[in-house]
Write a protein that binds this ligand. Sequence first.
Ligand SMILES: [Zn+2]
Length: 505
Amino acid sequence: MGFLFGGKKKTGESAPVAIAKTPAMTPPVVTRTDNVGSPAGAGKPKTIGELKASGYKTLPIREEMRRNLTALIKAKKPIFSGIIGYDNTVIPQVENAVLSGQNIIFLGERGQAKSRVMRLLIGLLDEYVPVIRGCEINDNPLSPICKSCREKVAKDGDNTEITWLSRQDRYGEKLATPDTTIADLIGDVDPIKVAEGRYLSDELTMHYGIIPRTNRGIFCINELPDLAERLQVGLFNLLEEADIQIKGYRVRLPLDILLVASANPEDYTSRGRIITPLKDRFGSQIRTHYPVTIKDEISIVEQEWQRFDDGDMKYYVPDFIKEIIAEITHQARRSPDIGQRSGVSVRVSIANMETVVANAVRRAVTLGEKLAVPRVTDLPYIIASTTGKVEMEGFEEKNEQKIIDDLTKRATLMVFNKYFQFDEIEPIVRQFNGGFNVETSESMSAKQYLRYLKEIPGMAKGVKKMTDAETPEIVASVIEFVLEGAHLNKRLNKTRVDGKTIYKK
Ligand SMILES: [Zn+2]
């Protein structure tokens, strides 16, 4: 763990951040449908004959990914861009799994970027690969497996049309639920085709499920332990024997698929949730984790949180506010009051950041201020963005509000004590001896705080320590942080009346 917040940090060093619209998350992955009409074929062979003449060699998916990964490593190019904090843990293991051609299962609690890592694996595929035009299961033009394509090639030979499939279209994903069926995953017989007079045993009556449709691609199954046992058996047979029984008919499907799965570690290791032979098919079991450092947690929040353009109004989030938000999540991950089985996602930090900024924006709009800066008094609002994402334990004594308040206090104290020594707050506290008190509130304008710089000896110095900015909104936020820090160090009392906070001795 690195040394994160050493030395003097100035929250006002950079100008208030202009608001940039950035996509918050990667776009949703569309599981592929048919490859008909792909526009990718420009300049590429259009028939099997042209493909053969071009000397093109098709590779099994594992060899293709392995070759591309090796090239990326050699070129020192990033393989999983946007993934923070996994450089020395998860990523080398994923690379080893790809280099060894193994199916992968990711074990981790929620919000550990499992899905994102899985989706980024498509970056290891060729940009385009040739498939027989119109094939539902992306048949390799040089060795088709479906009956329809085999018949087509037998009839049209080298004139058989091909098309080019992009890497984005070679990814399929399914969330396992107890009601997932064989038809969803592998396929079913198609009653319409049967009605057309075909024999039921004829493979042409098959309506393919998502796995065959991801042939020559990466198929990801989330929450694998939720898959019914007979489906696990079906999946195993498909991988092991390359064939599958559907409604009593045996269909041979030698698919070429990299299987990736995810699971909560407790579900995966609990007896009976996964059949052993299927477990054995995952050569690599990779444990994901939450950001180890506050710095990584903040980097992820900064990458992901949703920003809006409010025109003239800007916002600025002081570093200590970011640190408190990240620290609240880290505290929650160790708290006995919070269920650790499903974990505390990084999404809690992201949503809490959005919430405190929203409250600052609401205040700025209400008061007609041009700069929205979150304050300590905005933190209680994170209850809305936290409670739905964590599981509370032991309700009988503590309610949710109390649990989150306690986490917030602990986090604020820890961050404050990183910046301030005891003797630095002493002159500030001394001012309160003769009955002096200070009022703060999330709805008080920033300018109203500025008088405390003059009235409280030591306050100006304390603010200076945190920021060079003289912008009232930033100064007000720091003043609150200092007062709250003195209170949490048991140097000042605090009472809350009608939405106002009074600090006194
Ligand atoms: Zn086919």
